[in-house]
Design a protein around this ligand. Sequence first.
Ligand code: AMP
Length: 213
Amino acid sequence: MNLILLGPPGSGKGTQARLLQEQYHLTLIATGEILREEVCKGTPLGFEVKEKMDAGEYLSDDIILRVFEERLLQLGDKGVILDGVPRTLNQAQKIDDMFNRLGLEINGIIQLAVDDKELIKRISSRMTCKACGASYSHHKATCDKCSGTEFMRRKDDDPETVKTRLDVYNEQAKPLIDYYSTSNRLKVIDGMQSVEDVYKHIEKILGLPLARP
Ligand code: AMP
């Protein structure tokens, strides 16, 4: 099963992607996370992308597609879930080509819809584990993933940068959404619901859990 989750920053796609990844043993490709790791490790790529990421701007399609394809080719026979990619029409078209070339099907493209006011509220209370980058919507004493105890706010989660990120998203997402909608592949879910309800809704749309024979 191969899935794409679309939605603005703070719409909960990272949370849902992780739940689906665990439940259905999928490989997660979250470009933002991959690139934050590169920045953290101080690699040449990390150095190249840091400034734009800190400013909440999109990186070039070339960089994103290179990073993405590298991960896609390592998949083996596991299914994949995409979080934060594609974000532009060009990325979507190129990703379709990559899947076609590999003989893979995209089984679900799901958009989480959340209004801007709620997004800003969610992002402003988001905390990130300093050690592993796991993100939480509320204060935590210990990280569930790595047991780290130090938390911080992502640099691009400050209110001014969030505004830039939402503007960029709103501008770039439209052609992407149109592209998937016109081919009838897009399913939109109300992302204002609780995490559990959004998750159930996604499973329902995908016909999961699969009925046993
Ligand atoms: P995210 O963690 O998905 O919010 O991504 C953090 C940042 O990484 C974005 O604000 C962009 O600077 C960059 N980024 C991640 N994925 C993409 C993408 N598909 N296209 C362009 N820039 C991206």
